[in-house]
Design a protein around this ligand. Structure first.
Ligand SMILES: Cc1cc2nc3c(=O)[nH]c(=O)nc-3n(C[C@H](O)[C@H](O)[C@H](O)COP(=O)(O)OP(=O)(O)OC[C@H]3O[C@@H](n4cnc5c(N)ncnc54)[C@H](O)[C@@H]3O)c2cc1C
Length: 830
């Protein structure tokens, strides 16, 4: 057995096997796959093998799409048949709202080129007469979907990996990881059988590996403990049952009919597919418990839990309604296995927080579907430095250190329970809330704040009168909250509004090396002392890794503000880059001060009037004037008794300030602002209105327009890129050229709906791109969106079409910042 390799992959399930295969395929000759038991003995062996090609996330759809194409090629490469049945996937809708959901699915599917068809209940009945359709509104049919044998596809990937030189070692368990500065030293223990259990023997070896990938499935918590990190990957029980032969189905197939598609009855929380003349019923039921919060017992190997038929009774009855002939079939087999989850249902794929050359591929709930694509894109990240798609939505660092076992377990149960709920884009999930609250939370709640959760923080989405139900207001069209957001947006455009932006990520970077470091780390000129710049840190591949507002506090002291959702993600990149660069540029300190500073953003033409009543200064009349406090500067001011780091920027595009304040004084400041704001009609405003307003100014949002799949030049932000200096990722950015371009669009959409930022864009018959943001513009009285299109279409005045609710609607590319393009309102003086 080798003891020195380029890459060691820990875990021989579908995911780990695919990663080992793809690392070898990408050119790494020295890869080892380590499995503590037998290949597939984790969750892989008992999966139902469905391959839902399509998922609401852009990155995940690409991953699934790659898998499906890749699995089709495996037989030719390895001679092993993985039992891939391309039977199609029928997503059925019992309600109009579900049809709306599918229309959003369909438009998103088109952005990735996934084919689909609409079927009426009659068309379903004509094709598949065993299905009861009287209560259906219709269905979305993906004919290229199907299912596969999970163990066979894993074995085929293992054979392909071996053919490419991967060493596969079974019955060895990775037990400790130590980084020696250049390599990982992984202590591995030989596992032996003892009374049916798998237990560690005395035999140990140390494997030295330049890179390690963990794909440990249900053992993720043990892996996290060994690595000294947190991972919210905890399994939940998942059940499916296999029914005996159904004579009606046997007759139907004997008559020469092809196999039924996978039948997804989302409103009944279940899926059904054929299995040897009978049916498999899989369910996403309520109250499925999390398991193995503190590790998998030795006695649990390729095992299952006891079936809980009572828990799935409703879904079982619903299947008998949907396929009446199934009612007489006996139960042949049952599976209740651990299925790994994360709080948002997406796996954790990418670099581990705080560690070098340690990669995670954990928390897969659709691991059979995702294995192929995960292997492909993770290998790209490891071998080439970046994947061709933005993997941020899967990044392990999207959860921070605030995350606990209890949080992960309860959220994962919720994620499981929510698999088949209506996925309203304005959905807010209730479990584990409130958890992270800014001090003003109670005051905001008392004023009708309807909170959303982001990175664990509670943030007001909008404010509504007493008795309003956010839950009941959700929709795929304009929800009941829409009117409240309109009023809030208007308040900022016409008067003044106050937004809680406390969740912003904030770092303090200082020391003799800070200036040289940040100059190299970010692509814009650094601001002079007391000034602010918007800038970007790039990936090595020249794409956008993070957006920062940098405030220069002193010669060698900087305050970095970035998106609230990405604190751990930004922190990790910043700290690793500092550690790398420090020997060259000198000492640098980096502090995550996110939870030390509260932030209120005050904006609107009357915002200066509100602040003037509060500000303590020898000349309160002029302290906020353009002369003393110009746009894009920072001043330390006093508002009542609160020392405030005021930053003259406004994400809404109106005259405004971000008021960064000591978090323990937040309530005092809130009360003072409310009192001062009352005579001016100041309105409390939530993030939904803010999101619309920033689109009127074409302000790109991180995670929407800004990410690792486009450069800042493709985001059409050349004014924030200083090409006269050298910075990280510059050459790669230039080499990319402009492949696609970010534009703002005004849209003549349906009367009752706005785009959500996932819709496909056409120029005539040609698919030209997709929206990455969407909403309503109070300034223009119509829908607005931002997105990426082919370069030739990124021209002001270009007419395009956007697909919403299964129809094409007129859209026009408008100049950047269609509202107040000259920024006169932001610069308004006293
Ligand atoms: C009932 C059920 C039905 C499902 N149906 C589907 C479906 O239809 N479609 C779909 O896509 N997904 C389905 N899934 C989910 C799917 O099974 C998982 O997502 C997938 O198997 C995860 O693969 P993995 O490689 O991440 O984990 P696993 O298959 O669990 O593999 C992890 C491996 O790592 C090994 N390991 C752990 N720690 C160590 C260590 N320290 N050293 C060495 N080895 C280690 C384990 O022994 C294990 O073999 C289903 C799950 C269940 C429970």
């Amino acid at each position: 057995m080798k003891t020195q390799v380029k890459a060691l992959v820990v875990g021989g399930g579908a995911v780990g096997t695919s990663i080992a295969y793809h690392l070898a395929k990408a050119g790494w000759g020295d890869v080892m796959l380590l499995e503590r038991d037998e290949l597939t003995s984790g969750s892989t062996w008992h999966a139902a093998g469905l391959l839902p090609l399509f998922n609401m996330s852009f990155a995940t759809t690409h991953i699934h799409q790659y898998s499906v194409e890749f699995y089709k090629t495996l037989e030719a490469e390895t001679g092993l048949n993985a039992g891939f049945a391309v039977v199609g996937n029928l997503r059925m809708a019992q309600t109009d709202a579900r049809m709306d959901e599918y229309m959003l699915y369909a438009s998103t599917a088109e952005t990735c080129g996934v084919p689909y068809e609409w079927l009426t209940p009659d068309e379903i009945k004509a094709k598949w007469p065993l299905i009861e359709t009287s209560d259906l509104k219709g269905a979305l049919y993906h004919r290229t979907d199907g299912y596969i044998n999970p163990a066979d596809v894993t074995m085929a990937m293992a054979k392909g990996a071996r053919q490419r030189g991967v060493a596969i070692e079974r019955k060895w368990q990775a037990d400790a990881f130590e980084w020696n500065g250049t390599h990982w030293e992984v202590t591995c223990t030989k596992m032996v059988e003892k009374g049916g259990n798998l237990v560690p023997s005395e035999e140990q070896i140390v494997i030295t590996a330049e890179h390690v990938v963990t794909a440990s499935g249900n053992h993720a918590q043990r892996t996290a403990q060994m690595l000294g990190i947190k991972m919210p990957a905890i399994p939940v029980e998942h059940q499916f049952i296999v029914m005996d032969r159904d004579p009606a189905l046997v007759d139907y197939r004997a008559a020469g009919n092809v196999e039924h598609p996978v039948i997804r009855d989302a409103d009944a929380q279940s899926y059904v597919r054929e299995e040897r003349g009978g049916w498999i019923l899989g369910v996403y039921e309520k109250n499925a418990p999390a398991r193995f919060e503190y590790g998998v017992p030795d006695s649990f190997r390729a095992d299952l839990f006891q079936l809980d038929l009572e828990r799935i009774e409703d879904q079982y009855m619903a299947m008998n309604h949907r396929i009446p002939s199934a009612e007489n079939c006996g139960l042949k087999d049952d599976f209740n296995g651990p299925i790994c989850y994360t709080p948002d249902g997406n796996p954790l794929v990418g670099p581990a927080p705080g560690l070098r050359n340690m990669w995670l591929a954990e928390g897969f709930s659709f691991g059979i579907t995702a294995a192929g694509g995960t292997g492909y894109y993770l290998a790209q990240m490891m071998v080439e430095g970046e994947a061709e798609i933005d993997m941020a939505s899967l990044d392990p660092k999207r959860y921070g250190d605030w995350m606990t076992t209890e949080y992960a377990a309860r959220k994962n149960e919720e994620a499981y329970d929510h698999v088949y709920i209506l996925h309203h884009p304005d959905e807010e999930r209730p479990a584990c809330r409130p958890l992270r609250t800014s001090p003003a939370y109670d005051r905001q709640a008392a004023r009708g704040a309807q909170f959303g959760q982001m990175n664990g923080w509670e943030r007001p989405n909008y404010y509504a009168p007493e008795g309003f139900s956010d839950h009941d207001s959700r929709s795929f069209r304009r929800g009941g909250w829409w009117q409240h957001a309109v009023e809030e947006a208007r308040a900022i455009r016409e008067g003044v509004g106050l937004i809680d932006a406390t969740a912003f990520t904030k770092h303090l970077v200082r020391g003799p090396g800070a200036t040289a470091f940040l100059d190299w780390f970010t692509c814009n000129k650094l601001p002079s002392v007391g000034r602010i710049n918007l800038t970007y840190a790039l990936t090595g591949a020249g794409t956008t890794r993070t957006e920062y507002t940098i405030v220069r506090l002193a010669q060698d002291e900087y305050y970095l503000v970035s998106a609230g959702a990405w604190t751990a993600y930004d922190s990790d990149y910043l700290r690793k880059a500092i550690a790398d660069k420090m020997p060259e540029v000198g000492y640098i300190e980096c502090h995550d001060v996110t939870t030390q500073w509260g932030v209120f953003a005050i904006a609107g033409p009357k915002s200066r009037d509100v602040l003037r009543d509060l500000v303590r200064d020898a000349e309160p009349e002029t302290v906020l004037s353009n002369k003393r406090f110009p746009w894009l500067t920072m001043r330390n001011i006093e508002l009542g008794m609160v020392p405030v780091r005021a930053i003259r920027v406004a994400y809404t595009g109106e005259l405004g300030w971000e008021l960064h304040h000591p978090i323990e004084m937040q309530n005092h400041l809130f009360d003072a602002l409310e009192k001062a704001g009352a005579p001016h009609g100041m309105k409390l405003v939530g993030t939904r209105a803010q999101n619309w307003l920033r689109q009127e100014k074409s302000y790109r949002a991180f995670g929407n327009e800004l990410g690792r799949d486009a450069t800042p030049l493709e985001a059409d932000l050349p004014r924030f890129v200083d090409l006269s200096k050298e910075f990280h990722g510059k050459q790669a950015m230039v080499d990319h050229g402009i492949r696609v371009k970010c534009v703002t669009l005004l849209i003549d959409g349906p009367e009752d709906a706005d785009p959500w930022g996932r819709e496909v864009l056409y120029n005539g018959e040609r698919r030209t791109g997709r929206l990455t943001s969407g909403g309503y513009s109070v300034a223009f009285g119509k829908s607005i969106g931002m997105g990426y299109v082919q370069v030739e279409d990124a021209v002001v005045g270009q007419k395009l079409k956007v697909k919403m609710l299964d129809q094409l609607w007129e859209a026009e590319v408008v100049e950047d910042s269609p509202y107040d393009p000259k920024n006169q309102r932001i610069r308004a003086d006293i």
